[in-house]
Ligand binder design. Structure first.
Ligand SMILES: *Cc1c(COP(=O)(O)O)cnc(C)c1O
Length: 377
């Protein structure tokens, strides 16, 4: 049996007619830059995230970069984040010229640990404290970070919060949706996200009218009106073709997310039956609405051998992420070393993402779990 990590062709077959019809209309109109598809998607995403505004941008990475620009982050500033994330979180901070201050993760959720942030900040001197400007919590794998504690910290140190919600559209923290908890929320429509485009795309949500204005202006070279440049922006626009595709898929997002959650429940039952407790740690579900962009397990030992074994059995897996950001070659100038963030390093060496996409069959889920059992016995 084949169980790929993700099978987007299966999903496409279910919406092919609608997508082709919408794209045909758009192409006939030749309206490719911003326009009605982008605007209606922005309204839908803002409402879905229960935020006041949403701005369509070119990718999740550009969502982060343009948010930092809108926040006025620049050289000499310090931004706090997790080393256990996709590169874009940290790369965007570095591109503004700001310094990155890492705090380690909570090993149960893989999200940044508020305790670790507090400890880090308490150790700073007054001038370093004055440089602190923002924090980017990442809602990793589709589960919100500990936002209550993070909000407390942000008040104490007067920090702006930019949520990296690229993996967490529709996730909730104590009833509040990702993207409406902090000052800005960054989303990605990369094809493998729960709501994926036919290419790149992203969105920034906010409740602030002022930030919304800045985001809209910055994504169009900072001009208002056209050819009169108030800010130094860039071309960070969401493509109308992508907006048309995302708008169709958006109607099915809750259904697809529910199917992911059902798959996870089934995985939990199957793993419980196999009694692999000592060997495998399943992800802790701490918040009410985890949207499971990824289902990531932690293996006490032989992670890489298991991955190889599963691959030979036709089962796709992935490691998110094999090298934490403080150990990346391009960040060597930050002078971090192995051992600085032990929980992130442990996660990078022991975790494995299993297929969890909505269209998986029960047979496929059973096959994944029995093959893992086979490997360990
Ligand atoms: C996917 C992702 C991004 C970047 O999104 P792109 O659309 O690929 O640029 C940023 N942060 C996290 C946590 C992501 O998973």
């Amino acid at each position: 049996m084949k169980v790929p990590l993700l099978d987007l062709k299966k999903q496409y077959q279910t919406i092919k007619g609608e997508i082709l019809e919408s794209l045909h209309e758009l192409i006939e109109s030749q309206y490719f830059i911003l326009g009605p598809h982008v605007e209606s998607l922005e309204q839908n995403i803002a409402a879905y995230c229960r935020a006041g505004f949403a701005t369509g941008v070119s990718s999740g990475t550009d969502a982060l970069l343009v948010s930092l620009m809108a926040a006025g982050i620049q050289q000499g500033d310090v931004v706090i984040t997790t080393p256990y994330t996709f590169f874009a979180t940290v790369g965007s901070i570095a591109r503004t010229g700001a310094r990155v201050l890492f705090a380690d993760i909570d090993p149960d959720t893989y999200n940044i640990s508020p305790k670790s942030i507090e400890k880090k900040l308490a150790g700073l001197d007054d001038s370093e404290k004055a440089s602190l400007k923002a924090i980017i919590p990442v809602h990793l794998y589709g589960q919100c970070a500990e936002m209550y504690e993070i909000l407390q910290i942000s008040k104490k140190y007067n920090l702006l919060i930019i949520e990296d919600a690229a993996q967490a559209i529709g996730a909730e923290y104590q009833g509040t949706r990702a993207g409406s908890i902090g000052d800005m929320g960054c989303f990605s429509f990369f094809p493998s996200k729960n709501l994926g485009a036919f290419g790149d795309g992203g969105m920034v949500t906010t409740n602030s009218e002022e930030l919304h204005y800045k985001l809209c202006t910055l994504r169009g070279h900072g001009s208002d009106p056209k050819y009169y440049h108030k800010l130094i922006g860039g071309n960070f626009r969401l493509d109308a073709i992508q907006a048309a595709v995302i708008s169709i898929k958006f109607k099915y997002l809750d259904k697809w997310t529910a199917a992911r959650q059902e798959n996870v429940n089934r995985y939990r039952e199957l793993f419980a039956e196999e009694d692999l407790d000592g060997m495998i740690k399943l992800p802790l579900e701490k918040e009410k609405r985890h949207i499971y962009n990824q289902f990531v397990i932690s293996l006490k030992k032989n992670r890489d051998e298991l991955r190889q074994y599963l691959q030979e059995a036709g089962i796709g897996t992935e490691i998110y992420y094999p090298v934490p950001m403080h150990l990346q070659e391009c960040f060597a100038y930050m002078n971090y070393k192995k051992g600085d963030f032990p929980e992130s390093e442990y996660a990078a060496e022991h975790t494995l993402a299993l297929p969890v996409y909505p269209e998986l069959s029960d047979d496929q889920l059973e096959y994944v779990v029995t093959t893992i059992k086979e490997f360990y016995t």
